[in-house]
Write a protein that binds this ligand. Structure first.
Ligand SMILES: Cc1ncc(COP(=O)(O)O)c(C=O)c1O
Length: 478
């Protein structure tokens, strides 16, 4: 259900569960600001203790996605960069021109990587590929959808906006639909698990403001037919957004390394916006992403400006007001220190590891890989409950993502998995997990019942309720 988190959606019982509230007994709980401040050394020691417990979850390569780089030297460097820039705030550009430099260059470098130079739009002109740094993939997506809504209202008089989104596109598109009053029209994926072009064409109406494709989508990692989809949009003067949150910092390098990567970026004339996450395979710390637009005019619909506020003339490019400039500094520092050479090497290692893992899964007779993905490997089972296999993997220390429609599980390969022996350990544990489930087919517990239910019951209100309780629990103290 979730990604980029270690959360457990079954932690929905009345009392906060051991998994997400595991520190209740171990550390003092603060329900009010302490009368006298605590000793800094004690606070640091406590945090070091939590960190050492939590690092175990991902350092050795047991988690799907989540931490994309994580090498100590890289993390130490980013932490130094954060420390130098911790007081900066891009909202006050006059005080911190460094933040302006970092963010404009992050956008330029990302645009360049994603085909700006071959987009047909001259750099330095109002038609150029331009963008904004956001706080993450979901924010980039929401910003883009809000932008299309406002653009379409202004230019085309659309007051009942619709966006066409493949079912495999990230949940952030539904969130945008909910937040901004846009109707999300969901298009099924074909037998190949990629967006259905014919169904998309049929779904276009006079109210369509944008069509979406992902490169790749989170669930099965299989890149949508972006060329065909973006052409449908271009022919009708509709916007097209490529969500490359996951693949934006992998696919350009994969292509250079000779992998078969279908066109997905601004080299396609119909692509009018993109999202690409620096905090995933850009190897920046968590908290940055880039949203790009074809031309300044479109980007302007993202901005907020007011001249009426007694607090002064106010403008901001994205949802936040004050923002952590240190995260942009870290992001910039990651990009310029890794360089093309570093990204190519990282991508080569990830794709070679993913190939090994894919083959290992395909060789297990009870399992099958969905399609031929590059680095997000989804797999199902022929005669077993795949969620029980996932639970058995959890028992062995792995943190995989459960998916449904169809019932499957995925591993998003990152640099953590390229460490020696990780791919082999994954396959060995997977074989052992399959054997365990075969030997104990009726064992209960774990996440299997929840996912099993999601696959079978048409009314998922129960599960939605459970998720709401789960969110409540995050903030409960007792
Ligand atoms: C394809 C895709 N788009 C968007 C997102 C959302 O990114 P974030 O979790 O940074 O908001 C993700 C996250 O995994 C993703 O895989």
């Amino acid at each position: 259900m979730t990604q980029d988190t270690e959360t457990n959606p079954t932690d929905t019982d009345a009392a906060p569960s051991a998994t997400i509230k595991s520190y209740r007994q171990r550390f003092k709980t603060f329900t009010a600001i302490p009368a006298v401040g605590r000793d800094r050394g004690d606070v640091l020691a406590e945090m070091e203790e939590m960190k050492s417990l939590e690092d175990r979850g991902w350092e050795g390569g047991h988690a799907s996605g989540c931490v994309y780089h994580g090498d100590k030297e890289h993390v130490d460097f980013l932490n130094k960069v954060y420390a130098i820039n911790s007081q900066t705030n891009p909202l006050h550009a006059d005080l911190w021109p460094s933040a302006v430099k970092f963010e404009s260059e992050i956008v330029a470098m990302t645009a360049n990587m994603l085909g700006a130079a071959e987009s047909g739009a001259e750099p330095g002109t109002p038609e150029e590929i331009c963008g904004v740094v956001s706080a993450g993939g979901s924010e980039s997506i929401q910003l883009a959808m809000k932008t299309y809504r406002d653009y379409a209202r202004d230019k085309r008089g659309i007051t009942r906006p619709e966006m066409i989104v493949p079912t495999t596109a990230h949940a952030a598109f539904d969130k945008a639909a909910q937040y901004f009053g846009i109707e999300g029209i969901h298009i099924p994926v074909g037998d190949d698990f990629r967006a259905d072009v014919a169904a998309t064409e049929k779904a276009i109406t006079d109210n369509t403001i944008v069509i979406v494709g992902s490169a790749p989508p989170f669930p099965h990692g299989l890149i949508d037919p972006i060329e065909e989809l973006s052409e449908l949009a271009r022919a009708r003067g509709i916007g097209f957004h490529t969500d490359a949150c996951l693949g934006g910092f992998v696919l350009p390098w994969a292509e250079k390394l000779g992998y078969d990567v279908p066109p997905f970026d601004f080299r396609l004339p119909g692509v009018t916006s993109m999202s690409a996450d620096t905090h995933k395979f850009g190897y920046a710390a968590k908290g940055t992403s880039v949203v790009l637009y074809r031309g300044h005019e479109l980007r302007r619909y993202q901005y907020f400006t007011t001249t009426e506020w007694p607090g002064g003339f106010y403008c901001s490019p994205s949802f936040a007001g004050s923002r952590p400039g240190a995260l942009s500094a870290e992001c910039w520092a990651a990009m310029v220190t890794i360089g093309e050479e570093g990204y190519l090497d990282a991508t080569r290692r990830i794709l070679e590891t993913a190939t090994k893992i894919k083959k290992g899964i395909a060789d297990i007779p009870e399992l099958y890989v969905i399609g031929d993905p590059l680095f997000v490997i989804a797999f199902g089972a022929t005669e077993l409950d795949i969620y029980k296999v996932m639970d058995a993997m959890t028992e062995r220390g792995w943190s995989l993502n459960g998916l449904y429609k169809p019932a499957c599980v995925h591993l998003c390969t990152t640099l953590r998995h390229t460490q020696p022996g990780v791919a082999e350990r994954f396959i060995d544990d997977l074989k052992a997990s399959v054997a365990h489930v075969k030997a104990n087919p009726s064992a209960q517990g774990g996440q299997a019942p929840m996912y099993g239910m999601a696959n079978t019951i048409p009314d998922r209100g129960v599960i939605a309720d459970a998720m709401t309780k789960y969110l409540d629990n995050l903030y409960r103290l007792s």
